[in-house]
Every structure is written in structure tokens, then in C-alpha cells.
Design a binder for this molecule. Structure first.
Ligand code: 4AZ
Length: 276
């Protein structure tokens, strides 16, 4: 595949299919496996402070990453490493969602602007973002990736880990024995009610992705919170990306203008009024 393809499309993994999905049942994140090959997840970034990994993040354009708001609670002065092949960038701007209020988990999303843009290659490029109207069926498999703990408060890996999880509907996730009503429309649960496989400390801000029928990978969620890691009835909770799609566009697209959209709609209705 020519690197040109990566300039115009998103979410491609080089020479890869749904390999990790097929491997799902063998599955160490907690309970996933080591993603050894360079460039396996080309949108994965590591947010670091003094060269120490703090959070995950996902590349959504040449200059923007999306991550979790709670990652910026302490240090606002992070650098970012696009791992694989260690492309380091400093951070120019951090945009934390206006409605995020620590210690609540709602609106747990932030945008990170890089100081200088990255040139896409087969090993480093953006993920696809779903349309706001996109609904992902429950029970589909999705993949989480990160350098987070291998067990709750446990050791962290050197190699990027990946694991396959299932999307869980919010009614189920809000049941008394699960999260007892704490799941808002801005959140999405994924994992297994029987436990065993999950995101964990340090995976926060990183991606939950799912492939479409063309094997283009879409960002469905951002690792946000959970009651420890991989416990039964305590699946991982993710920021629901479709909910924030328009917010992301409004902050990252310099040409985006909601006022213009209103104007076009008005002109349309004026024309139909004239016709009647
Ligand atoms: C954390 O503390 C964290 N099991 C992230 C994800 C999960 C739990 C905790 C999900 O960053």
C-alpha cells in the first residue's frame, strides 16, 4: 500500500484485517496481548510528563489528538510521543471540555494540539471519527490499546497492549449491580460482565476502536473510568465519541461555522415560503 493512501483516508492498518478480533478469545491492558509490531495501531499516542507515560491519546488529524479531560488534571505541560516509531512533539494547546468538572467523569474529553504537525506515513496516521448520527450496535467487538497497568494498580508494560472488548448497552451498564445509574449519555460501557479483560490505570485517554466492513477503524470511545480493572460487573467506561463529534469539529476545524449552517437553512425555508 502506498503511503499516499494514508493522506486521504483514515483508520487503515497496514496489511491488517480483523486479526485482533479473531484472536479475541485468547486474550492481556488487563487480559490483552502485546501488540509487538511497529505501526500496528498508527493513531495511538502516549502523553508523557518528564518522559514518563501518563495517558493515552489518539491522532485525529496532522495536528490534533483527542484524549480524556481527567488526564490534564495535574500537569498541563505534557509532551506527546507518537509511538510507534517514537515521533516526539510538544503540546501547543489543550482544550478541555467546558462542562468537565473533576471529580465527576461526565464530559471526559480533551483535545490536544501539537506544536508542529506530523506527516502521515503507513505507521503514523489518523483514526476515522464516526458521524454524530452513527449508532454502533451493542455486542460488537471493539479493540482497546494502551500502555496502562496489566492488573489493577499493577505493573506497566513496555510494549503497547491490545485487547478485544464488547460494547455493552447503557441500560445493562446502569443496572444496580453494575454502575447503578452512573452512566450518562456521554458515556459508553465496554468489556465483559464476567470480568477478565479491561482497560486500566494509564490507558486513560486512549482509543476504543472498531472496524467497518471496509476495515477502516473508527474511534468509538476514549478510555475514561471504571471501578478498578477487569472486575466482574465493572466493565470499562468510555467517553462516547459520537456525542462529541460536533464539539470536536467546532474546536479543530478552522472553517467550521455553525452560523453559516443556520444561514443556509434559513435561505432554504425562505425559498419554500416564496413558492407556497
Ligand atoms: C484509571 O484510573 C482507570 N477499568 C482507567 C480505566 C479503568 C479504570 C481506571 C477501566 O485511569
Amino acid at each position: 500500500m502506498h503511503s499516499f493512501s494514508f493522506l486521504i483516508v483514515c483508520g487503515l492498518r497496514q496489511n491488517r484485517s480483523v486479526k485482533s478480533i479473531a484472536k479475541a478469545s485468547s486474550l492481556r491492558i488487563v487480559g490483552g496481548l502485546s501488540s509487538a509490531e511497529t505501526g500496528d495501531w498508527p493513531w495511538q499516542a502516549s502523553l508523557q510528563y518528564n518522559n514518563i507515560h501518563r495517558c493515552g491519546a489518539t491522532l485525529i488529524s496532522n495536528t490534533w489528538l483527542v484524549s480524556a479531560a481527567h488526564c490534564f488534571r495535574e500537569e498541563r505541560c505534557l509532551s506527546t510521543l507518537l509511538k510507534p516509531p517514537s515521533l516526539k512533539r510538544s503540546i501547543k494547546t489543550i482544550i478541555i471540555h467546558e462542562k468537565y468538572r473533576y471529580p465527576e467523569h461526565d464530559y471526559d474529553i480533551a483535545l490536544v494540539k501539537l506544536s508542529t504537525q506530523v506527516e502521515f506515513t503507513s505507521h503514523i496516521h489518523r483514526v476515522c471519527l464516526p458521524e454524530p448520527s452513527e449508532t454502533f450496535p451493542y455486542d460488537i467487538y471493539a479493540v482497546i490499546t494502551g500502555w496502562g497497568a496489566l492488573t489493577n494498580d499493577g505493573p506497566t508494560p513496555n510494549a503497547l497492549q491490545e485487547a478485544t472488548v464488547k460494547l455493552i448497552d447503557s441500560n445493562t451498564c446502569n443496572k444496580k449491580e453494575v454502575y447503578d445509574g452512573d452512566i450518562t449519555p456521554r458515556m459508553l460501557c465496554a468489556g465483559y460482565l464476567e470480568g477478565g479483560v479491561d482497560a486500566c490505570q494509564g490507558d486513560s485517554g486512549g482509543p476504543l476502536v472498531t472496524p467497518d466492513s471496509r476495515l477502516m477503524w473508527y474511534l468509538v470511545g476514549i478510555v475514561s473510568w471504571g471501578d478498578e480493572c477487569a472486575k466482574p460487573n465493572k466493565p470499562g467506561v468510555y467517553t462516547r465519541v459520537t456525542y462529541f463529534r460536533d464539539w470536536i469539529t467546532s474546536k479543530t476545524d478552522p472553517g467550521y461555522s455553525p452560523c453559516l449552517a443556520v444561514l443556509v437553512a434559513k435561505r432554504g425555508s425562505a425559498r419554500s415560503e416564496n413558492r407556497s
